[in-house]
Design a binder for this molecule. Structure first.
Ligand code: SF4
Ligand code: SF4
Length: 381
């Protein structure tokens, strides 16, 4: 078959660059486009308006609308750390959890160079320029379907791409190529079977029966994409997650059995990013936030969103030692979003000191939304 040797060499190069999974599929439009449209129509994307623009829909509907010369798509998977590899400190303090993909460097940065390296290798090998476009997660592609078509795994009930030999702790990337390559056999089988562990374990019950999520309820969306206030009904369900959520992957038997202990070194936890000491972290200033999370995915939540998430996690822990840090956030923090959620957390923890902080804030607070949060918290505490 045409270019068989070349495709093997490309995959070999991808493996050398850390992409444990590599497969090739055609430039055919994805079959799940209709599911995607229905998902958007139902408003499941929440505030992620960039997913619903006419051009985003068109581009997701046909890879050739992104690269007209596209003849094949190289789909790649690179492993990140297994969430189970970071043990929770056992000192009784309130800790928040971060999704494992976000422990290390920003994958957009890490993968960019490597994808460029693969393109350079292809062009050097064929001896001419090859039209190409590459994406990591954020591109206008239905990447899990492309990965399934390239034989990398199946789309599980938790909507993640699951590889039968390695689980789902992978970041995906795609290179659209104006080059005809032999394609891999799609993963035709679905190995979820009668399992429903992820559905039962999801704290907000946002896993839908068509292998999509109601993103507006998903903790990943709430802690990262949502820029404003979190619904009061959802806050108690968010447990101790401060950035993303790994629950529906951790409970998946395919990760229990096959996920590697460690992922690519670039995604290994930097200073204390797997478990966050909430009471200390709630005092993080702008400079420290930027220094700590420079070139990591956490920048996406910005400091205000991150602080909001810290206060919700502290409220869910419900520990009295968190009251001084929450009171500090309520009375001294400049971000109204953080002050409002700190009030909620204090109302949840309750007790004399929490009440005193809420009373003081009720006298001083000017922001109407925060005042509403304080009123509700005083009634609750
Ligand atoms: Fe549910 Fe968390 Fe999975 Fe979102 S990431 S679907 S909240 S378990
Ligand atoms: Fe499929 Fe079970 Fe894994 Fe959910 S937990 S994705 S149902 S195998």
């Amino acid at each position: 078959m045409k270019n068989t040797g070349l495709s093997e060499r490309i995959k070999q190069k991808a493996h050398e660059l850390g992409f444990t999974l590599a497969g090739i599929t055609t430039a055919q439009p994805p079959a799940h486009q209709e599911v995607y449209r229905r998902w958007l129509q139902a408003g499941r994307h929440g505030e992620m308006g960039y997913l619903a623009t006419p051009s985003a829909i068109e581009r997701r509907g046909d890879p050739r609308s992104i690269l007209p010369e596209c003849k094949s798509i190289l789909v790649l998977g690179i492993p990140y750390s297994n969430p189970a590899s970071a043990k929770k400190p056992g000192d009784g303090r309130a800790y928040g959890r971060m999704a494992a993909y976000a422990w290390g460097e920003d994958y957009h940065e890490v993968l960019k160079e490597r994808l460029q390296g693969i393109v350079a290798f292809i062009e050097e090998t064929v001896g001419h320029r090859v039209p190409n476009r590459w994406y990591t997660d954020s591109g206008p592609l239905l990447e899990r379907e492309l990965a399934q078509r390239a034989g990398l795994g199946w789309i599980g009930k938790n909507s993640m791409l699951i590889n039968p030999e390695r689980g789902s702790y992978f970041l995906l990337a795609e290179i659209l190529l104006g080059l005809e390559l032999p394609v891999d056999a799609p993963m035709a089988s679905d190995h979820c079977g009668s399992c429903t562990r992820c559905i039962k374990a999801c704290p907000t019950q946002c896993i839908l029966d068509d292998r999509t999520l109601d993103a507006t309820r998903c903790i990943s969306y709430l802690t990262i994409e949502l820029k404003g206030s979190i619904d009061e009904e959802l806050r108690p369900l968010m447990q101790d997650w401060v950035y993303g959520c790994d629950i529906c992957q951790v409970v998946c038997p395919w990760n229990g059995r096959f996920a590697q202990a460690e992922g690519d070194a670039a995604f290994a936890a930097r200073e204390a990013t797997a478990w966050i000491d909430l009471d200390t972290e709630m005092r993080i200033d702008v400079q420290r936030f930027n220094q700590k999370f420079k070139k990591t995915p956490v920048q996406r939540a910005r400091r205000r969103g991150y602080l909001r998430n810290l206060t919700v996690a502290a409220g869910n822990h419900g520990l009295a030692p968190s009251v001084p840090a929450l009171a500090g956030a309520l009375l001294e923090e400049s971000e109204p979003l953080a002050r409002g959620h700190a009030a909620w957390a204090l109302g949840r923890i309750g007790g004399r000191d929490a009440q005193a902080a809420l009373d003081e804030a009720a006298r001083a607070e000017k922001d109407e939304r925060v005042r509403g949060e304080i009123r509700a918290a005083r009634e609750a505490s």
